[in-house]
Design a binder for this molecule. Structure first.
Ligand SMILES: CC(C)(COP(=O)(O)OP(=O)(O)OC[C@H]1O[C@@H](n2cnc3c(N)ncnc32)[C@H](O)[C@@H]1OP(=O)(O)O)[C@@H](O)C(=O)NCCC(=O)NCCS
Length: 149
């Protein structure tokens, strides 16, 4: 096929045909100030209300605990954005989604039964992934949910 004809054909295709997406994908991202979280985690009551015991244990061992806590806070917000509900709505709270690190450091998002039930309302979840990044000032998290229906 001549190059010009191929270009026209490509322009006539819609985006999903050019970049096939086999199923729906939901994405959520959130950016958090490390300083804000550093102040909040000085209060034991905040820590326990917002972070799962496993997160508290893991973050306290990190080189910069406040940055890791901030990234986990961002991950919770990002998950609820991906879900479409937001945090503190529809009975969901920060303890309904938390991060655990694999042995190689890779973060994994764990969901409470209530959050899993919310997720099922979107369809069948065929995959979920989370990525964290942080420095001394800011922390960011992105969550992707793949739905097969
Ligand atoms: C993993 C790595 C890319 C992190 O990058 P960095 O610039 O040092 O730090 P960032 O702030 O961007 O990211 C830190 C977060 O990365 C995540 N992370 C750590 N290891 C990871 C891995 N193997 N895969 C994915 N994410 C990882 C963690 O969630 C970490 O935050 P946490 O310790 O609070 O949980 C870096 O440490 C590295 O290159 N490690 C060695 C190679 C490796 O394991 N690569 C795999 C990913 S390509």
């Amino acid at each position: 096929m001549k190059r010009a004809a191929a270009k026209v054909m490509n322009e006539n295709q819609n985006t999903s045909e050019r970049f096939p997406v086999p199923s729906a994908v939901r994405i959520g991202t959130d950016l958090v100030s490390v300083e804000r979280i550093a102040k909040s985690i000085e209060r034991e009551s905040f820590l326990k209300k917002v972070f799962h015991p496993n997160e508290i244990e893991q973050c306290k061992k990190k080189t910069h605990p406040a940055s890791s806590f901030a990234a986990r806070f961002a991950a919770k917000e990002a998950f609820f954005k991906a879900l479409g509900t937001g945090l503190y709505t529809e009975g969901m709270g920060p303890l309904d989604a938390w991060i655990e690190n694999a042995e190689n450091g890779r973060p994994k998002l764990i969901l409470s039964e209530a959050a899993q039930a919310q997720l099922q309302r979107l369809g069948v979840c065929s995959g979920m992934d989370v990525s964290l990044s942080h420095d001394a000032h800011m922390a960011i998290a992105t969550v992707v949910i793949q739905l097969s229906q």
